[in-house]
Write a protein that binds this ligand. Structure first.
Ligand SMILES: NC(=O)c1ccc[n+]([C@@H]2O[C@H](COP(=O)([O-])OP(=O)(O)OC[C@H]3O[C@@H](n4cnc5c(N)ncnc54)[C@H](OP(=O)(O)O)[C@@H]3O)[C@@H](O)[C@H]2O)c1
Length: 480
């Protein structure tokens, strides 16, 4: 069976691709905007088609000879009128699938009803309606999930951080809204099984593992982590207050925080029992088990994908050619002596996150906070893995756009900046060169560059020295 998978650089899609790698009867075709981002998803039965859903030719080529096509895409995060983009994207996808003779579309959207839906959820519902609008021409299995619990999922990261960091959980009244969480592993089981399940016509499949409330999710999480966290619902709590609270205590930026707080107002519980009817063998695990498994995956460093993996429109970077446009560059080189380049590269891969940036940690943190206050991602999102780095990974307020062992790592800034910035590591000719590039926007951009010049001078030297020192320690450990 040839399966077309979209969204393979995203939270759900990457994990589904990983599942399919183990299924010998699946010929997997990934449809992504940047092939470098899925370099790790490889195997004899995997091929990659590059393009996006707004490119009819690329879409048509990707659909050729496909039996089942997964739609795991959304445009939120790209700013502007994302709902209109999502409508067009879904329409293009459905039409291309029909033309190519695809048998079935499988889509995962959000749980909830239109009457109380947030703007984001309404767009997800619209997408489902568009994909399933021509049942005579193509069948659509439309899955709907609410809160997904798994390592790296936005909901899990928010709950975990809130419960760990706030001694008292001050909440809105709507924290009593009913919700039905589900483990990411179970969502993947449903999605994977859907490719060949025996189903007639279009079916909407709501998935969940038992009804609770948002307050229940927080209380249970506190119990699991062995913490006492009283809940204090306030009558005058506004969505904006909630969003600021999330920005302060959790890794999510303002845009995601406000959409999530808005989403708390609407119930997200199953409206049908089609999941049990179509997939009787899948017994969704409890919230307790899902939460514990997510914690265990973090401890075991097995986080396969994170909520901030997707690029959205903002940083769909294709590689280093873009930095050629940079106007300013500050560079610092440090000799690497006898150190093997692979070891220096390995040390450079570990920068950021909990490991930090060697010295001036407070300056990096301060920069992250200023960015969060301006609506950017800040540095609290850290890294997926403290050691492994792949293209597309977030590293604090950077995004890895090129990871080319043993030579180069290029990070693109996702900060709110009056311009575009990159941080470049090159291991070559017996030295490590670290460069900060900046392409300013207007006068503000130029003022920003000169205003932060001293900061850049200080950190460049420290980062370059720090990486080489870490590589020396790695070499020492290897020699022991
Ligand atoms: N994650 C959850 O907790 C959750 C909960 C309930 C339902 N869902 C649903 O599950 C689906 C997948 O969500 P997710 O969390 O995995 O999303 P995600 O992590 O934000 O990933 C979105 C994916 O869509 C791709 N994409 C966006 N626009 C595209 C376009 N025009 N053409 C091709 N690819 C495009 C992105 O590629 P780039 O990397 O190139 O940007 C990325 O791979 C969504 O429908 C969502 O509503 C998710």
């Amino acid at each position: 069976m040839r399966v077309l998978l979209t969204g393979a650089t995203g939270y759900i899609g990457r994990r589904l691709a990983d599942r399919f790698l183990g299924e010998t009867e699946v010929e997997l075709r990934l449809f992504v905007r940047n092939a470098a981002r899925v370099a790790q998803i490889s195997g004899p039965r995997v091929e990659v088609a590059e393009g996006d859903t707004f490119q009819p030719n690329a879409l048509a080529a990707a659909m050729a000879n496909v039996d089942v096509a997964y739609y795991l895409i959304h445009s939120m995060g790209g700013g502007g009128d994302y709902a209109a983009r999502d409508r067009l994207s879904a329409e293009n996808f459905r039409e291309a699938a029909i033309t190519a003779g695809v048998r079935r579309i499988i889509y995962l959207g959000g749980l909830g009803v239109r009457e109380t839906a947030s703007e984001h959820l309404r767009s997800r519902l619209e997408t489902g309606e568009i994909l399933s609008a021509k049942p005579k021409a193509i069948q659509t299995l439309w899955f709907r999930a609410g809160v997904i619990i798994g390592s790296g999922s936005a909901s899990f990261e928010i709950i975990r951080n809130l419960v760990q960091k706030a001694p008292v959980l001050i909440t809105p009244r709507w924290v009593r809204t009913r919700t039905e969480p589900i483990a990411v592993a179970d969502v993947l089981s449903y999605l994977a099984a859907a490719r060949d399940v025996n189903a007639e016509g279009n079916v909407v499949v709501d998935v969940g593992a038992g009804v609770t409330t948002f307050a229940g999710l927080l209380r249970e999480a506190a119990r699991i982590m062995g913490l006492r966290r009283p809940l204090l619902p306030l009558p005058f709590f506004t969505p904006r207050m909630g969003a600021y609270g999330l920005v302060l205590l959790t890794p999510v930026p303002f845009a995601i925080a406000s959409s999530l707080v808005e989403g708390l107002r609407s119930e997200t519980v199953k409206q049908n029992e089609n999941a049990a009817g179509l997939f009787p063998d899948i017994k969704p695990r409890s919230y307790d088990r899902a939460f514990r498994e997510a914690l265990a995956e973090i401890e075991a460093r097995q986080v396969l994908s994170r909520w901030c993996d997707a690029d959205a429109e903002a940083v769909c970077e294709r590689g280093p050619q873009q930095i050629e446009a940079a106007v300013y560059a500050l560079r610092r080189s440090v000799p690497t002596g006898e150190l093997p380049p692979a070891l220096v590269f390995q040390a450079a891969c570990t920068v950021g996150g909990e490991t930090g940036w060697f010295r001036f940690g407070f300056l990096w943190k301060l920069r992250g906070w200023i960015d969060k206050l301006c609506g950017g991602p800040g540095s609290a999102r850290g890294r997926r893995d403290p050691v492994e780095l792949r293209a597309g990974d977030a590293v604090d307020f950077w995004k890895a756009v090129e990871v080319r062992p043993p030579k180069r790592i290029l990070l693109a800034a996702q900060l709110r900046l009056p311009g575009r910035g990159w941080f470049d590591f090159v291991v070559e000719g017996g030295q490590l060169t670290v460069t900060a590039y900046f392409y300013p926007r207007g006068l503000m951009g130029r003022l920003y560059w000169y205003g932060s010049w001293l900061f850049h001078v200080l950190i460049l030297a420290e980062v370059a020295r720090g990486v080489v020192a870490r590589a020396q320690r790695l070499a020492g450990r290897a020699a022991e």
